[in-house]
Design a binder for this molecule. Structure first.
Ligand code: NDP
Ligand code: GDR
Length: 372
């Protein structure tokens, strides 16, 4: 039975990857952080009582900032594959916490690679690094492919650039099987609530049910190449099954604006919108409502406004990936379109919003803060 270790197992990708590897028959180990409240909601359905024999999903307390802890965990498991998905992954937050972001995203990657090498596992343990389209930042070529030069535009992207190159360096210096997946944005109903797609599907679902008055957005002209996280974790595993380690761009090859994603989300809820005004004065006004998904919304309502607080000090305006290498070498093609993914996310968020509306109608306190 192969053993895999996932950092970031409690995150969006970590949870899908753990499911995928368990289905493949792996023994899966995950590193979770100690938090004052439970932070395992995305993986609770896989939880196994540690008292059972043949436990194949095991969690370890740990942190990418803690060398001795990482070294001990790796020495105990001696994993065949390490997937480094753990990160301070929010671009806007990285401007507020640049040093911490560097510690986790850049030095954390080095700590893992060094632990593998120090323990003499460099010929056994294969290493996947969660690299990112943010490396392209101020894009030098469109679409972006494996050979496109990097130009990172945030402390997050600069930290991830170190991680990218240190993985390449350990591959070249020590013959390690280490590779980078340069993944473009990928989303799902498990996406963190402050990333743009989830903020929109959750925010408009809450508005539809009368739980929130308006969605406040940043740069809605931004263009992204959005895929589904389920498709992308499959590729993370495929990359570690090759004869030789290589780096791959993972993307859909199709690009949309944030404004378009808002329009799709509204349509899923039976709402037609018109965008009026320009720049920070732009608003989205409801022009019609159909069906019964948005009982709290009326024609003429303003459901989106721009709030400059969501603009970033340096923006990545446009990203579009070219996944040709992944298709030709690995036979990987994404199966879920951005619109299908949006529909799935809205269905999940609307279900939650309906439950909360029911609680509110019966005089109960809502179990969550609704602002993202
Ligand atoms: P999430 O933000 O959903 O998950 C991040 C994970 O990292 C969580 O499990 C989090 O733990 C963990 N983590 C954060 N800080 C630390 C730390 N100090 N030590 C250990 N673990 C830590 O990210 P995604 O699942 O979306 O992304 C996975 C990886 O892929 C990340 O590295 C991200 O930067 C990268 N990436 C993501 C893309 C995307 O579009 N989703 C695209 C390209 C790259 P906790 O739950 O406790 O917060
Ligand atoms: P990104 O994702 O920065 O690309 O990083 P995010 O969803 O945060 O932003 C995408 C684009 O939307 C614009 N935007 C807003 N973003 C947020 N979060 N909130 C808003 O209100 C808002 N309004 C407009 C942003 O400015 C941006 O242009 C994600 C993360 O998962 C990274 O970890 C990963 O490496 C990259 O994707 C690929």
């Amino acid at each position: 039975m192969k053993k895999a270790l996932i950092t970031g197992v409690t995150g969006q990708d970590g949870s899908y990857l753990a499911e995928f590897l368990l289905e493949k028959g792996y023994e899966v180990h995950g590193i979770k952080r100690r938090a004052s409240l439970f932070n395992t909601s995305r993986i609770d359905h896989m939880y196994q009582d540690p008292h059972i024999t043949n436990q194949v999903f095991k969690l370890h307390y740990g942190d990418l900032t803690d060398t001795s802890n990482l070294t001990r965990i790796i020495s105990e498991i001696e994993p065949d594959e390490v997937y480094n998905l753990g990160a301070q992954s929010h671009v806007a937050v990285s401007f507020e916490a640049p040093e911490y972001t560097a510690d986790v995203d850049a030095t954390g990657t080095l700590r893992l690679l060094e632990a593998i090498r120090f323990l003499g596992l460099e010929k056994k343990t294969r290493f996947y690094q969660a690299s990112t389209s943010e490396l392209y930042g101020l894009v030098q070529e469109t679409p972006q492919r494996e050979t496109t030069p990097f130009y990172p535009r945030s402390p997050y992207a600069v930290a991830k650039m170190y991680a990218y190159w240190i993985a390449v360096n350990y591959r070249e210096s020590y013959g390690m099987y280490a590779c980078n997946g340069i993944l473009f944005n990928h989303e799902s109903p498990r996406r963190g609530e402050t990333f743009v797609t989830r903020k929109i599907t959750r925010g408009l679902s809450n508005i539809a049910m009368g739980l929130e008055p308006c969605l406040y957005m940043g740069n809605i002209d931004s263009l992204r190449d959005w895929g589904h996280a389920k498709d992308y974790v499959r590729m993370q595993w495929m990359m570690l099954q090759q004869e030789k380690p290589e780096d791959f761009v993972i993307a859909t090859g199709v690009q949309y604006s944030v404004r378009e994603f808002i329009t799709w989300t509204a349509r899923e809820l039976g709402i037609e919108l018109e965008f009026r005004g320009e720049g920070v004065a732009e608003i989205a006004v409801v022009t019609s409502v159909s069906g019964d998904s948005a009982p709290a919304v009326r024609r003429g309502d303003v459901v989106m406004r721009i709030d400059p607080r969501y603009f970033r000090p340096a923006e990545v305006d446009t990203l579009l990936g070219d996944p040709t290498k992944a298709k030709e070498k690995l036979g990987w093609v994404p199966e879920i379109t951005a619109q299908e993914m949006c529909a799935e996310m809205v269905a999940a968020d609307l279900k939650t919003a309906r439950r909360y509306a029911l609680l509110k109608d019966h005089g109960y306190e809502l179990p969550i803060a609704l602002e993202a």
